[in-house]
Design a protein around this ligand. Structure first.
Ligand code: CTP
Length: 400
């Protein structure tokens, strides 16, 4: 979404806290964000919060003119590709519907020609009041679009319509507003591997690991949202198959090798988040192994290192490997990067709380080929996937 400018107008209600999350998510999605706050919004959250999240100056007063070369409310109105008023209070909706220009938001709005979306948030009775409904109708007739408030628990204690729509949903609406041409992975083929492999011992037993597949599935879902054609090769079988992916279910490391090799020539990015078995039993018994006195000895042989094979054969492809470690993470991650000829390694310490296999969160460090390092904080696996996909986007140009 780089190059698209979102002007977020924040008026004063308790939902201002959600506008902070909205700002952060818009920036993470690649938008340029500028924020105007009303006087009452400042009573809830400091402008400094929005400044830090948007990495831009926050406007609070029509008469603070920091740049003598421009008139701030005209300049920022012209700058915007889309204006979002979130949360929009009953008062702000009333002012906008009546052409009042007595603060920085309402003055800028009169000067703006960009599309305007209003996300109301208020008490359910206020929202249903005929005056507010009339103003909403007036704004609708001006061509403003509304992001309907949700139903649920309201800060005033009522349960009803009036909650500001969730920031994630607003960001998705904005992305779809700008259309598919702004999907950053459009036209790119991404091969993702996920979950564990199962290595057969006999018809009833196998060797596997604790990988849940959640990280790989999060990559697949986020990559589809960003416009990629996704091939998901999965050893996990209990997660819902994400919409819009080409899904290939595999069992063993060998199955995964065959599936990955089939698609590899035509893909642009490989994300190898699967936990592939490094060893498999040398002999697979075709009958159930019966118990006997004494210990059972099973000999194991190495499986093919799929990623290393890809590293040897890579041409234009961007290769991302994973390093799930319990100690010396940086050292092992960098060794894997070199040994397997990768472009990026995503490493985590699986013993760290919040970074394990089966949870919904992760704490990863990204190691790039140029040896630059980016540490991500504790994030949901979806947020982690989005961040990593964003990093891939910044590097993928190097391959062209
Ligand atoms: N990998 C692979 N094929 C294998 C084993 C691993 O493609 N047979 C990939 C994994 O998908 C992951 C990365 O290689 O992206 C992990 O690197 P690896 O060195 O194999 O790490 P571990 O399997 O954890 O083994 P070790 O730490 O013992 O080296």
């Amino acid at each position: 979404m780089s190059g698209k400018n979102i002007l977020l107008c924040v008026s004063g209600g308790i939902a201002v806290y959600k506008a902070c999350a909205l700002t952060s998510k818009l920036v993470q999605s690649g938008f340029n964000v500028k924020v105007i706050m009303s006087e009452s919004a400042i009573k809830f959250v400091s402008p400094l919060t929005f400044q830090a999240l948007s990495r831009n100056e926050v406007y609070t007063d029509t008469f603070i003119e920091n740049n003598p070369k421009v008139i701030a409310h005209i300049d920022v109105a012209d700058w915007a590709d889309l204006i979002i008023v979130a949360p929009a209070t009953a008062n702000m909706i009333g002012k906008l519907a009546n052409g009042i220009a007595d603060d920085m938001i309402s003055t800028t709005m009169l000067a703006a020609t960009a599309p305007v979306w209003i996300a109301p948030a208020m008490n359910v009775h206020m929202y249903n009041h005929p005056a507010v409904q009339k103003n909403i109708n007036t704004l609708f007739n001006f061509g403003y679009r509304f992001i309907e408030p949700g139903e649920g628990y309201l800060a005033c204690g009522y349960v009803g319509k009036g909650r500001l729509e969730e920031p994630e949903a607003i960001v998705e609406l904005i992305i779809s507003h700008f259309g598919p041409q702004f999907l950053p992975f459009k036209g790119k083929n991404i091969l993702i591997t996920a979950g564990p492999t199962k290595e057969k011992i006999d018809p009833v037993r196998y060797l596997t690991n604790h990988s849940s597949g959640k990280m790989g599935y999060a990559f697949a879902e986020e990559a589809v949202k960003m416009g990629a054609n996704v091939i998901l090769v999965s050893g996990a079988d209990h997660l819902p198959v994400p919409n819009g992916v080409t899904f290939i279910k595999i069992e063993s490391a060998d199955d995964m090798y065959n599936a990955v090799m089939k698609y590899f020539p035509d893909v642009d990015v490989v994300i190898k988040s699967a936990a592939v078995a490094d060893y498999r039993p040398s002999q697979v018994s075709d009958k159930k192994v019966k118990k006997k006195d004494g210990n059972l000895m099973i000999e194991f042989e190495r499986t093919k290192d799929i990623l290393q094979e890809l590293g040897k054969n890579k041409k234009h492809q961007f290769l991302v490997g994973f390093a799930a470690e319990t100690h010396d993470m940086e050292q092992f991650a960098l060794q894997k990067l070199e040994r397997k000829n990768l472009d990026m390694v995503v490493a985590n310490n699986v013993l760290e709380s919040g970074a394990g296999f089966s949870g919904d969160t992760n704490i990863v460090t990204i190691f790039h080929k140029d040896h630059s390092i980016k540490k991500l904080p504790l994030l949901s696996k979806h947020e982690t996937a989005k961040e990593i996909l964003g990093e891939i986007l910044t590097k993928i140009g190097d391959l062209k």
